[in-house]
Design a protein around this ligand. Sequence first.
Ligand SMILES: [Fe+2]
Ligand SMILES: [Fe+2]
Length: 273
Amino acid sequence: MKITSLTENTSFSPEFKHVHGLSFYIEAKNHKILFDMGPDSTFIDNAKKLGIKLENVDTAIISHGHNDHGGALSLFMDINKNAKIYVREDIFGTHLRKDTNGFVNIGLDKSLSSSDRFVFTTDKLKIDDELFIFSSVKGRKHFSKSNGVLYAEKNNEIQLDDFTHEQSLVITEGDKKVLIGGCAHNGIVNIIEKAHELGIKNIHTVISGFHLMIPDENKSEDPALVKAVAKDLIKFGSQYYTCHCTGIESYKVLKEAMGNQVKYISSGMSIDI
Ligand SMILES: [Fe+2]
Ligand SMILES: [Fe+2]
């Protein structure tokens, strides 16, 4: 399969646009997949540059209800009229970030929620032999402090977000399993352990933001916590590609600990697996 980054905080080369957000286009054996769309038209411009036809995507997935991943949803729905769009039930809920001036809305456009194109995913959903989506990650190992500024409305109350709106994708091709995540707010180690619990073992490659920074404040997670994450990732034995909310400083700490087992994926870059 071929995985291409269409939106990321950095560009692979100057011809590609970049913006704070995430979007991956994946050509697997049976499906053309769009995993997240980023916040704006960056994914469309980069797709055009690469000759990727977004109108032919058959499966779209939004990792969670933050606008840096699903803000461009209406743009995608305008271009592509056929793909099913897999989302968690609470993805269109109120999602907020707290900063010094109060709450900032970082959620998706709620007016889109009535479209009949959405498939609301359960805790685990096998689409077919190739695609599997899971969520409900309860583990809190190495939980990033940078989640402490993120809130959601639950039962008419604004509470710290518990990220029930987050989901991950597993693509299986032959004996290779690839796990794709968005921000990994639940923690990349907890997400991988949840996959193991569901019987998804020996994951070949993991591609995801690891949420080890506070994007708007440009503050990195404690290096001791990042090193603890690296230790567990090494133990799992997969190859890792990370980006976006991992943050450059935390990426350097991971790289130092993990060497070639971790790499960075920027806008315009492709990985063949
Ligand atoms: Fe997020
Ligand atoms: Fe994000």
